[in-house]
Design a binder for this molecule. Structure first.
Ligand code: GLN
Length: 229
């Protein structure tokens, strides 16, 4: 399992979202507060952001806390839309940069927090890696992001033990699902944050209930219940 975060709003630095907050992804990589599965997230990390409409990524298979080069550059990476994750690889999954979220189809940046039996997913030639999250991302991209809710419910029917927490952005909107793990939303004056867990103790953070679809713009957050099998 992993921890992930997305931002949509005014341009802000990647460091201000990921490294600076007292319980941001950097701290969550070794001391997550609400993670239900796994103790830490040391198997890699990824930061994706939109450069105008172009998604750009920096991914690694090493712990976020050890990357001094990223820490040096992150304050200068500024974007209106960011998707970032720290990874705890599931047993048997490869540990390599291309297995770290966010995945992309050239339009969307997408992170998966959870686990799914790879036998429940179709083989894909467009998957970026062989881990479950990369295969799931490829399936979601193939089906289309507008059908995310449907795809999650179908995969859950094929693997009832799956945990399918998706977080994605296309530069203009955020879309997420809760299916087996935590997600919180923070509405700020300058935009919106969706994160596996609050990055600080601001009382404005609100928890998203399990089995929901979340659709957000910088000013509006909409929740829809997902109907299980
Ligand atoms: N199943 C995921 C993997 O190993 C676990 C990490 C995550 O929650 N994305 O790739």
């Amino acid at each position: 399992m992993c921890r992930h975060l997305a931002w949509l709003g005014s341009p802000v630095s990647v460091a201000s979202l990921v490294l600076d907050p007292p319980s941001g992804l950097l701290v969550q990589s070794y001391a997550p507060r609400r993670q239900k599965h796994g103790l830490m997230n040391a198997d890699g990390w990824g930061v994706g952001f939109f450069d105008h409409s172009v998604p750009r990524r920096w991914r690694s298979a090493t712990p976020l806390w050890g990357d001094a080069s990223f820490a040096s550059v992150a304050p200068a990476l500024v974007s209106h839309c960011v998707v970032a994750a720290v990874r705890s690889a599931s047993v048997g999954m490869s540990i390599e940069p291309s297995a770290s979220a966010p995945f992309t189809d050239g339009t969307w940046l997408l992170s998966h927090n959870g686990i799914v039996d790879r036998a429940a997913l179709p083989a894909s030639t467009r998957a970026e890696s062989t881990n479950d999250s990369a295969l799931l991302a490829a399936l979601i991209f193939d089906r289309g992001m507008d059908r995310l809710a449907e795809t999650v419910v179908e995969v859950a029917a094929d693997d009832p033990n799956a945990r399918l927490n998706i977080l994605a952005a296309d530069g203009a909107r955020l879309i997420a699902t809760t299916w087996g793990d935590t997600l919180s939303v923070l509405r700020r004056d300058d935009g919106v944050v969706l994160a596996s867990e609050p990055y600080d103790d601001d009382p404005a953070w609100q928890e998203i209930p399990d089995r929901h679809l979340v659709q957000a713009t910088a000013t509006c957050v909409q929740l829809t219940p997902l109907k299980g099998p």
